[in-house]
Design a protein around this ligand. Structure first.
Ligand code: SF4
Length: 270
């Protein structure tokens, strides 16, 4: 998984369950193996086992083809080192609990990888902004992200016109990636002691946490259940998992579980 910490262990539990259902409990696995085509590229898949290559993803589900290009890179290197002629790729979207899986042959993976590397090495080719820019090491300076930054152009968008609104949204998404890259770079330099004109770092208190076991041991008897439980929340995924490990029936509180309103994400048509 590329970025960020995982705040909800239940989300990872779901991914572990998916892996278990796919490869079984006794399969040998390699965690975060470096997969490399010598002299061309390398990367770290989250987990490989047998013919399977898994990668955890956070955030929304990327529309098809998803992370096929990235997984093709892992799969090709893995097939080369393990003398396989196909791999089964798995994108595990932990927030959405969505498991996208597909089979890639050596030839299919090679075609995808060669296409990307050839375009990358072609001196006459120009970068084209895409959904991977967020993670690209060039996003601070890549002109594909900034070529449209021009106040006059921006003013020309007619946002009541659906076509122009769509174009403006594409531009806005590109700028957003670049803006975030600039913020990250400025913060990095400030942390290294560089003076950035007009900006400084400000300390913020870290988040507090206490083990529920410690809290229970020290406080439950003194506060009583009502007060103590008023300060706790339940991880429903974990509750279902722990219950399911011991009991052969549905969780008795399923009918009491409330679901917050579904949200709507805006994704690009592919
Ligand atoms: S930032 Fe530029 S080089 Fe990187 S993925 Fe986006 S378009 Fe390609």
């Amino acid at each position: 998984m590329e970025n960020g910490s995982i705040s909800d262990a239940g989300l990872v539990d779901w991914a572990i369950e998916e892996v278990l259902n796919t490869i079984g409990g006794s399969a040998l696995v390699r965690v975060e193996p470096k997969l490399e085509l010598a002299g061309r590229y390398f990367g770290f898949a989250d987990l490989v086992s047998g013919e399977h290559v898994f990668d955890l993803k956070s955030g929304g589900v990327l529309p098809s083809p998803g992370y096929r290009a990235q997984l093709a890179g892992y799969a090709l290197a893995y097939m080369e080192e393990s003398f396989r002629d196909y791999c089964v790729c798995h994108e595990l979207y932990i927030d959405a609990k969505y498991h996208r899986t597909y089979r890639l042959t050596w030839a299919e993976a090679k075609a995808i990888v060669d296409g990307i590397l050839d375009a990358h090495l072609d001196k006459s080719s120009e970068p084209t902004a895409c959904s991977y820019c967020k993670w690209c090491k060039h996003n601070l300076t890549c002109k594909a992200l900034t070529e449209d930054i021009d106040d006059e152009d921006m003013k020309d968008f007619d946002l009541s016109n659906p076509k122009e609104l769509g174009e403006a949204l594409h531009a806005a998404r590109r700028f957003k990636v670049w803006c975030e890259a600039v913020e990250k770079e400025a913060k990095r330099q400030l942390q290294e002691g560089v003076e950035v004109d007009g900006w400084r770092l400000q300390n913020r208190k870290g988040r507090e946490a206490v083990s529920i076991l410690d809290a229970h041991r020290e406080l439950y008897g003194r506060m009583g259940s009502d007060k103590f439980l008023a300060c706790c929340s339940i991880n429903i995924s974990k509750l279902r998992k722990v219950w399911g490990e011991s009991y052969n029936e549905d969780l008795p509180v399923e009918d009491f579980i409330k679901r917050s309103k579904d949200t709507v994400a805006m994704v690009e048509n592919k």
